[in-house]
Design a protein around this ligand. Structure first.
Ligand SMILES: Nc1nc(=O)c2c([nH]1)NC[C@@H]1CN(c3ccc(C(=O)N[C@@H](CCC(=O)O)C(=O)O)cc3)C=[N+]21
Length: 306
């Protein structure tokens, strides 16, 4: 490949900046109209990956003109107490969106908690109703990492209709939503997982290869079709040769970038864009709430706008 290294990289930063600038415009207008958006992040216990994500949410929410509040709960909180806190946030009209950071301690049933978040405030797109909407092709509010991954594929300019896509990983928060989002775009999607018999045979067919399994450097150059787009969603920490901890993806970037036409770097790829999509989802949630408010109370919104 004669292209410079840099041009192969699908960087999340520039796309995230574009999205955050657009979100900021809408957020400032909504705030001026008396409907300031506010995102509440729920963390239970302590995990590094969550702290990194929350830190970036706080920073980017400030840039986007969206209020941000982190609710931290001790790891020994009961599911009932947490559910009560969520219902309190559901009922609070000042709260636009609620995200429950994963993982939560083993004794907390995450699916029950996720379903406790009101669908109108489900800015992660993980409520069963939100996932159902994706199956019905309503894509304006999708799980953030999945939506960020598809957004980066669109940056390649590849025609998605009929595109041969392989998704490695079938998690409910990333792999499965990516498959549904891409099916909605007309792609031909294969989903691989730990029971798949020959991962390499499937991966080598892919015009676009999404990898979200949490295994450092799982995908090697001989598993990638020449010219493919490779979207690396892995966020693995490992100790580098200098003894320092660093973040690496699920793709062996140095070798794969010699075969692929596009590859997302880790860090600097899907991660920053995930945060921007979360903020865009917060504005989608606000607009849905205002539409419901208008439909329910009619003149109330006009009065607020005068
Ligand atoms: N309900 C839920 N949804 C999530 O999407 C979710 C979660 N829980 N729990 C934690 C993981 C982790 N996660 C990250 C997102 C972006 C970066 C990110 O911005 N990474 C930057 C580097 C950040 C830095 O080093 O400051 C990058 O890749 O360039 C990191 C981690 C989302 N997660």
């Amino acid at each position: 490949m004669t292209r410079t290294d840099d041009s192969r990289y699908l960087k999340g930063g520039p796309v995230a900046q574009r999205i955050i600038a657009s979100v900021r415009e809408d957020a400032l207008i909504a705030t001026a109209e008396g409907f300031p958006p506010k995102l509440v992040s729920i963390t239970v216990g302590d995990t590094d990956a969550v702290d990194v994500y929350v830190r970036n949410q706080r920073a980017k929410a400030a840039l986007a003109g969206i209020g941000f509040e982190e609710r931290r709960f001790a790891a020994d909180i009961t599911a009932g107490e947490l559910e009560a806190a969520i219902h309190g946030l559901n009922a609070d009209p000042r709260v636009t969106g609620i995200i429950i950071q994963r993982p939560v301690p083993a004794h907390i049933p995450i699916k029950t908690l996720q379903a406790a978040v009101h669908p109108l405030k489900d800015v992660e797109g993980m409520h069963p109703a939100s996932i159902g909407n994706i199956v019905y092709n309503q894509l304006d509010l999708a799980p953030c990492t999945a939506a960020a991954s598809v957004e980066l594929l669109k940056e390649t300019g590849l025609e998605l209709k009929g595109l041969e896509v392989v998704v490695v990983g079938h998690s409910e928060i990333v792999g499965k939503p990516i498959a549904f989002l891409l099916m909605s775009e007309g792609a031909t999607v294969t989903v691989c997982h730990h029971m798949t018999r020959s991962l390499a045979a499937h991966a080598r067919r892919a015009d676009a290869l999404f990898v979200a399994v949490g295994k450092p450097r799982l995908i090697k150059a001989d598993m990638v079709k020449p010219g493919a787009a490779v979207i690396d969603i892995g966020i693995n920490s490992e100790i580098g040769p200098d003894g320092e901890s660093r973040i690496v993806g699920d793709v062996d970037t140095d070798s794969v970038k010699e075969v692929a036409s596009w590859i997302t770097p880790v860090p600097g790829g899907v991660g920053p864009l995930t945060v921007a999509i979360l903020l865009r989802n917060t504005m989608v949630a606000l607009n849905r709430q205002r539409a419901l408010y208008r439909a329910t109370y009619g003149v109330a919104d006009q009065l607020a706008a005068e």
